[in-house]
Design a protein around this ligand. Structure first.
Ligand code: HEM
Length: 449
């Protein structure tokens, strides 16, 4: 069967399921079971064709449609923005489109994304305590980035998919906990990030059937959290968390996820995409090089002014985040029942249904962006959705740090390093993997004399 036919037929099944759920309820045991079946059936197609899946449904059904576990996916810029800005937001333990069904993989602590009320406020307070202002730590950040790039230069290459996540893991542990991980710990942390989708399998599969693969990762998570407790910053973090009745287990686990899932996966993907854009687009690369040269010519050392003055580089980062958003989907739960229109017929959805915002399609919506597929740094970025929009309780708390880290990389990479050639930067819009040119390699990568 052709992909289009398959994707549309599967939507007919969703529509039939909508009327069954209206009768049996979507949180009754039978309702939950039926939603789980469609979740896995749809995931099997979507994981291999995610962009086509979205556009086939959008073009043939409308801007809102059912997908995965009878979630309602919103695709337009205005609808996704509205969803993001809903306050307060009711959440389930979901990572975008992925439902976390194996809590054992996360040591039975929900993601902060899935927390509500006081627990979520406590997690947010922890994030603002833990994440430094990049301007205040710019010198340390410069040293850490330079050290990581110098190590890549010793190997003679910079591999986007392999090296950047490891670099981010090292850097974020230093910035947040002032600890240096061993190379073994860095590799184990990267394994955790790469395998996170495993947590979407049923708990007994993850805990028992796949134990040969998951047990070492879970052990590593326990081990690192013990190390966090030795950090000079632990006492202050504990004090902040305790104000919101969070215990040591919740604090350690929440910060582990902040560094690994949110920080490392998001920032390494965006940094990789920025490097990809710089290798592909000569005009953009030349503009950035010229800004980088000006910044370094006016100062001896890297400091907060280097970050503040990198304004054109910042626009390149924001436009890259629009075209290649590291977080493709954001998810929340409907607080009341509603309806969506499918081919002029109203279809019901129940309270508790997941409402998903598709950041990728929103960022390329022709009603918001002229020539949305072209790279244009003169756009208005004030309502950029890639960090979960602006001005509400759920925006990404790592926004300014991630932009500061990526600027620091650009400023060092283009000033102090060189490469003779690179493989072609390609983004995979079929298979669900990090939104970044994973296979891009900067070859014969060395420090400039
Ligand atoms: C230093 C790097 C980063 C850190 C430490 C970080 C941290 C976080 C944390 C802890 C959350 C959860 C907030 C909550 O539960 O209320 C979050 C949410 C989010 N982050 Fe980041 N982040 C980083 C980089 C990025 C990047 C590079 C992007 C994309 C360009 C991004 C996009 C998002 C989005 C869209 C959400 C909302 C997800 C949702 O609500 O489902 N983050 N981030």
């Amino acid at each position: 069967m052709q992909l289009q036919e398959k994707v549309l037929k599967a939507h007919d099944r969703q529509v039939r399921l909508a009327s069954i759920l209206a009768k049996v309820g979507n949180t009754s045991p039978i309702g939950r079971f039926l939603r789980l079946i469609v979740y896995y059936l749809e995931a099997a197609v979507m994981l291999r064709n995610w962009r086509n899946f979205l556009y086939i449904r959008k073009d043939n059904i409308g801007e809102k449609f059912f997908a995965v576990d009878q979630a309602v996916i919103h695709t337009s810029f205005s609808e996704v923005k509205k969803l993001m800005q809903t306050q307060p937001q009711l959440r389930g333990n979901d990572l975008g489109i992925i439902r976390i069904l194996a809590p054992s993989y996360l040591l039975n602590n929900p993601l902060s994304l899935g927390m509500n009320g006081q627990e979520h406020q406590g997690a947010r307070a922890l994030f603002s305590e833990a994440l430094p202002d990049p301007l205040e730590v710019s010198e340390l950040l410069g040293e850490l980035v330079n050290q990581n790039l110098a190590d890549a230069a010793k190997k003679g290459e910079l591999h986007i998919g392999n090296d950047l996540p490891e670099m981010l893991i090292r850097i974020l542990h230093r910035l947040v906990f002032e600890i240096t991980l061993t190379e073994e710990e860095v590799k184990a942390s990267k394994g955790f990030v790469n395998d996170i989708a495993i947590a979407s399998l049923p708990n007994f599969v993850v805990k028992y059937l796949l134990a040969f693969r998951t047990a070492p990762t879970i052990k590593h998570r326990q081990h690192l959290i013990e190390r966090y407790k030795q950090s000079p910053r632990w006492a202050a973090l504990l004090e902040t968390g305790s104000k919101y009745q969070l215990n040591e287990h919740q604090i350690g686990n929440t910060l582990f996820d902040m560094i690994h899932i949110a920080g490392t996966a998001g920032t390494s993907a965006l940094l990789g995409s920025v490097i990809g854009v710089l290798t592909l687009k000569e005009d953009i690369r030349n503009h950035v090089i010229s800004e980088v040269n000006t910044i370094w010519n006016n100062q001896e050392t890297f400091n907060k002014y280097s970050l503040e003055n990198a304004t054109l580089t910042e626009k390149v980062i924001l436009e890259t985040a629009r075209l290649y958003p590291p977080v493709r989907f954001v998810s929340q739960l409907a607080t009341q029942a509603g309806e969506i229109t499918v081919k002029e017929t109203k279809c019901p959805f129940q309270k508790g249904t997941r409402l998903i915002g598709s950041v990728f399609t929103a960022n390329r919506d022709t009603n918001r962006y002229e020539n949305p597929d072209s790279f244009d740094i003169t756009r208005d970025f004030s309502d950029n959705l890639s960090w979960n929009s602006h001005g509400h309780e759920r925006i990404c708390p790592g926004r300014s740090l991630s932009i500061g880290i990526i600027k620091t990389f650009c400023l060092h990479l283009l000033q102090k390093y060189q490469w003779q050639s690179s493989t072609e930067a390609k983004w995979d819009f079929d298979n669900v993997t990090a939104v970044t040119p994973n296979d891009l390699v900067l070859q014969e990568f060395t420090q400039k004399p």
